[in-house]
Design a protein around this ligand. Structure first.
Ligand code: MCA
Ligand code: AMP
Length: 529
């Protein structure tokens, strides 16, 4: 399907000139400057009501950028960051852009063992962690030249201390559009995480497309309750705001009381489906609270049509569902003006091409299921130091194989009907069962395991592990609690199974492959209340 100039219902709002008053030669930073010049000078409001304006934010990012340069971070060097969400953490992202560095955000839930893999693989020139984790940071970079800096949720730490002594960077380090701006790790079916390399243009082109498609203007106030270590919270939410001159209410996370209190001051909410089910579970969430919100966006996981309908019944508003990936940013979106069809993710965004193919690589007709492939300026540059994996998923003609199963209808709307890849999405976090199975199999007394997702009212899917104990490991009585405890060191909390079922054997087909569909059937109701 060819790209369209305009998305369906694309609004009149235009981003305006692309060059700031004082261009720096760093396209992403110049776009942020243009955006901020368009606004009213305010950037965000914190949960406690205090505010941060553009001038202070940009000056802070400029000082952080010089601290990074002084720490030996050069253009193209990775800066790995595992810190709490805060305006200062966002300034650190912008500092990396200005310093020409490659921003590498890490989930705050990751354990030392998980972090060791990312740091070893990415070889960052600097690692920024919470002040309480300074010695952990030291262990992670031991034997390398990488510098450890700290940044706390309150903005304190060694980054801030060094920043006092330096001037703000004048402008930014020039970059080309195909230079890397970020690496985001995404797990894979083999259990080994892959670093998706995102260029300046990948991020910029998609952000500009979204600003236009979702009609962002400087009058918007985005209620930001997502984490900022993933594409959704960092690029989709922050870039649309930064580039359009809009403002944010910047909350540390999704706390239903804080969200309900802030909603009347917001014009846009972006969230994973769990945000919407949690709001609907809350009797205080009344239509009047949503009256000033012009756009509710959902993504990162399937939004049940029932949730879409219940939300409309409660608020009179139709959630706009969109579809993206770490490797591609956003690919498809229901229209801003036009019909938002529940259960679909809408047509491809302007500039994005899609095709749906069968296992033999042939295009399937509309209405038939196949693997979704996407192409466009949003598609990443490949996996960090994994040329073979890149070649498997990024085809010679530029299409990226998403691994999602989809249909397209005659109006061009895409429906994600399933996943060809063995993936569970829990509360918007992707979990690849292979990684969990590898951790389980390493537990003393476990012979083998299989992990599946089961429907979960709050999280969409919850993890269930089937475990076969090793009969030869005498005296090792395995139980659910012991197994879960044994995973504490190796896996972040959100990746630990919520149920462990001990079985004598795993069901296998004649080829010896574990029949996960059968296992899913066994636990379809396990989280039903
Ligand atoms: C927290 N826990 C979880 C999850 N989050 N367990 C499984 N799945 C999760 N997603 C753990 C906590 O550690 C805690 O453990 C227990 O579950 C209950 O925590 P609770 O307080 O209920 O959770 P929360 O802190 O309120 O978090 C739930 C959440 C959060 C708000 C849904 O997970 C979240 O913000 N998710 C958004 C993820 C996201 O941004 N995804 C975008 C990826 P214990 O009980 O032991 O203390 S980007 C992407 O996918 C693409 C590009 C796209 O299209 O956007
Ligand atoms: P990630 O690799 O973390 O960026 O997650 C990307 C995956 O999330 C996609 O390949 C889809 O499987 C899933 N996803 C994202 N948005 C949606 C959506 N609106 N509906 C269904 N699945 C989605």
């Amino acid at each position: 399907m060819a790209p369209t100039e305009e998305g369906p219902g694309a609004p009149e709002a235009r981003p305006g000139p692309d060059v700031p008053l004082d261009p720096t030669g760093n396209p992403l930073y110049d776009a942020i400057l243009v955006g901020r010049e368009r606004g009213d000078g305010q950037l965000l409001e914190r949960a406690d009501g205090s505010t941060l304006d553009d001038a202070d934010f940009l000056a802070l990012a400029g000082r952080y950028a010089n601290v990074l340069l002084d720490a030996g971070v050069g253009p193209g060097d990775r800066v790995a960051v595992q810190v709490s969400k805060s305006p200062e953490a966002l300034a650190l992202y912008v500092a990396c852009v200005r310093a020409g560095a490659v921003f590498l955000p890490l989930n705050t839930a990751y354990t030392e063992r998980e972090l060791a893999y990312f740091v070893g693989d990415a070889e960052p020139a600097a690692l920024v962690v919470d002040p309480a984790d300074e010695s952990l940071g030291g262990r992670l970079v031991a034997g390398t030249l990488a510098r450890v800096l700290t940044l706390g949720a309150d903005g304190g730490g060694s980054l801030a201390e060094h920043a006092v002594d330096v001037d703000a960077m004048d402008g930014a380090v020039p970059r080309a559009v195909d230079d890397l701006a970020a690496i985001l790790y995404t797990s894979g079916t083999t259990g080994r995480s892959k670093g998706a390399m995102l260029t300046q243009d990948n991020l910029l082109s998609n952000a500009r497309t979204l600003v236009r498609a979702w009609a962002f203007t400087p009058r918007d106030v985005l209620l930001h309750a997502l984490p900022i270590f993933h594409t959704h919270g960092l690029f989709v939410a922050c870039h649309t705001t930064l580039l359009s001159g809009a403002r944010m209410i910047f909350l540390p996370g999704f706390d239903v009381d804080e969200v309900l209190a802030a909603l009347p001051r917001a014009s846009v909410l972006m969230g994973v489906p769990t945000f919407y089910t949690r709001l609907l579970d809350e009797p205080r969430f009344e239509r009047s609270l949503a009256n000033g919100v012009r756009l509710f966006v959902s993504g990162s996981a399937p939004l049940l049509a029932a949730t879409h309908q219940a939300f409309e019944a409660r608020t009179g508003q139709r959630i706009l569902e969109r579809y993206g990936m770490t490797e591609t940013n956003m690919n498809c979106s229901n229209p801003y003006a036009g019909e938002r069809v529940a259960g679909t993710v809408g047509p491809p965004l302007p500039g994005v091409e899609i095709r749906v193919r069968d296992d033999g690589g042939r295009d399937v007709p509309n209405g038939e299921v196949g693997t979704l492939e996407v192409r466009g300026p949003n598609v990443f540059a490949g996996y960090w130091r994994m040329p073979e994996k890149t070649a498997e998923e990024l085809l010679p003609d530029g299409y990226f194989v998403t691994g999602d199963l989809a249909t397209v209808d005659d109006a061009g709307y895409v429906t994600i009907v399933g996943r060809g890849k063995d993936l569970v999405i829990s509360g918007g976090y992707n979990i690849y069962p292979r990684e969990i199975e590898m951790a389980l199999d390493a537990v003393d007394g476990v012979l083998e395991s299989a992990v599946v997702g089961a429907p979960h009212g709050d999280l969409g899917e919850g993890l269930v592990a089937f475990v076969v104990s090793d009969a030869s490991a005498e005296g090792r009585a395995l139980d659910e609690k012991g197994i879960t405890r044994a995973l504490e060191e190796s896996l972040a909390r959100f990746k630990r199974p919520r149920r462990v079922v001990l079985v004598d054997a795993l069901p296998r087909n004649t080829m010896g492959k574990v029949q996960k569909a059968e296992l899913r059937g066994r636990v379809a109701d396990v989280f039903a209340t």
